[in-house]
Design a protein around this ligand. Structure first.
Ligand SMILES: C[S@@+](CC[C@H](N)C(=O)[O-])C[C@H]1O[C@@H](n2cnc3c(N)ncnc32)[C@H](O)[C@@H]1O
Length: 162
C-alpha cells in the first residue's frame, strides 16, 4: 500500500491534496495540530499526530516495518530553522521503500549542525539516494532510492556551503 507521511502540517493544505490511501502528518504546534485534527475529522485515511518529528517520525517508520511504499514529505520548519537534517539522519537509520521530498527553501535555514546546505544533504543520503528536481524549476526536491542501496548515517559539518 502507498503511504504518505508529512512532517509539518501547518493548516493541512498539502495533506488534503495528497492523493494516497493512507496519510499521516506530524505537527509540533498544538493549535495547528488541533486545527488539522478538526479539519480532517471525517477523513478516515488521515491521521494527525501531535509532536516533534525528530522523535515521532522514527516511531512511525518503525511501525511501517518497511512493508509499504512510503512517500515522505519533510516540511517541518520555521521561517529560519529546519529539522530536515535530523529527519534525514533518522530515515537513513531505518531503511525502507521510501521516496523523500523536501522544499528547497530548507536550504540556507539553521539546522542541527549549522546552516543547511545541499552538499550536506547529499553527503548524508548519497549511499542510498539520488537527487531529482523535476521540473528543474520546481520548489520541491525528490530523493529517489538507488536500487539495492543500503542506508547509513554520515556526519555533516556547519562549514559546508552551497
Ligand atoms: C512550512 S510549514 C508546513 C506546510 C505544510 N506542509 C504545507 O505544505 O501546507 C512548517 C510546519 O512545520 C511545523 N514544525 C516545525 N518544527 C516541527 C517539528 N520539529 N516537528 C513537527 N512539526 C514542526 C510548524 O509548526 C509548521 O506548521
Amino acid at each position: 500500500m502507498n503511504v504518505y507521511i508529512e512532517t509539518g502540517a501547518y493548516v493541512g493544505d498539502t495533506l488534503y491534496n495528497a492523493e494516497y490511501p493512507l496519510k499521516y502528518s506530524i505537527e509540533y504546534d498544538y493549535n495547528l495540530y488541533l486545527y488539522c485534527k478538526n479539519r480532517f475529522i471525517g477523513d478516515d485515511n488521515i491521521t494527525m499526530i501531535h509532536g516533534d518529528s525528530r522523535t515521532v517520525l522514527e516511531d512511525l517508520l518503525v511501525s511501517m516495518g518497511g512493508q509499504s511504499v512510503v512517500v515522505i514529505f519533510l516540511d517541518a520548519s520555521t521561517r529560519t530553522t529546519s529539522v530536515l537534517i535530523d529527519e534525514l539522519e533518522l530515515i537513513m537509520k531505518h531503511p525502507g521503500n521510501y521516496k523523500i521530498r523536501f522544499n528547497k527553501s530548507n536550504i540556507g535555514k539553521m539546522g542541527k549542525n549549522g546552516i543547511i546546505t545541499l552538499e550536506c544533504i547529499l553527503e548524508l543520503v548519497r549511499q542510498s539516494y539520488r537527487l531529482v528536481v523535476e521540473p528543474p524549476d520546481s520548489e520541491i526536491v525528490e530523493l529517489i532510492q538507488n536500487s539495492g542501496s543500503e542506508s547509513s548515517v554520515s556526519e555533516c559539518s556547519s562549514s559546508d556551503s552551497l
